[in-house]
Design a binder for this molecule. Structure first.
Ligand code: IMP
Ligand code: MG
Length: 176
């Protein structure tokens, strides 16, 4: 079994300040326009709750679950809908809320699927952005932090379903 330890990459204070900055940008851009936040389960949940606390417009939330990763840290390249939205998004101003954009496979698939449902607008916010690993040409409209190609855990991000509950972003450093 591989051994690893976890090092702090973004502290709880830095993380909250970064998410607060994203909320300020969204408040500035949308003003009083109502928004529908679509959280991608499970990783997006912590970011959704922290971010939405600071939004000033009328906010509604819905959840979607897709899978692109099998067990472990490698992308399987397969995107599957596990749980669809409860409500239609036609005519709504939608912001998709996700933990991290990595290869971009999951989100580019998801955004195309949601655009076909005719929202009034659709944007993407991710807590973290790992641009070095992008295989699909996709940008997050608002991301709190751009990070290097590291495997990170905490604040929703998991390693084989563990560590989502860490209040900070840690890097899983594998010992050799
Ligand atoms: P993508 O389709 O490659 O952009 O990957 C999206 C999903 O992979 C994210 O929503 C995460 O669930 C997962 N993921 C990517 N990088 C990491 C990481 O560093 N730590 C934990 N999960 C990750
Ligand atoms: Mg995820």
């Amino acid at each position: 079994m591989e051994r690893f330890h976890i090092e702090t990459l973004i502290s709880e204070e830095e993380l909250k300040a970064g998410i607060r900055r994203v909320a300020d940008l969204i408040n500035e851009e949308y003003g009083n326009t109502p928004v529908r936040l679509i959280c991608v389960l499970k990783g997006g949940v912590y970011f959704l709750t922290e971010l939405s606390k600071y939004l000033k417009m009328d906010v509604s939330i819905d959840f979607m679950s897709v899978s692109s990763y099998g067990a472990g840290t490698k992308s399987s390249g397969v995107v599957k809908i596990i749980k669809d939205l409860d409500e239609p998004i036609e005519g709504k101003h939608v912001i998709v809320v996700e933990d991290i954009i990595d290869s971009g496979n999951t989100l580019s698939y998801l955004l195309e699927l949601l655009k076909a449902r005719n929202p009034a607008s659709i944007k993407l916010t991710t807590m973290l952005d790992k641009p070095d690993r992008r295989v699909k040409p996709l940008d997050s409209d608002y991301s709190a932090f751009v990070i290097e190609d590291r495997y990170v855990v905490g604040f929703g991000l998991d390693l084989d379903q563990h560590y989502r509950n860490l209040p900070y972003i840690g890097e899983a450093v594998f010992d050799d």
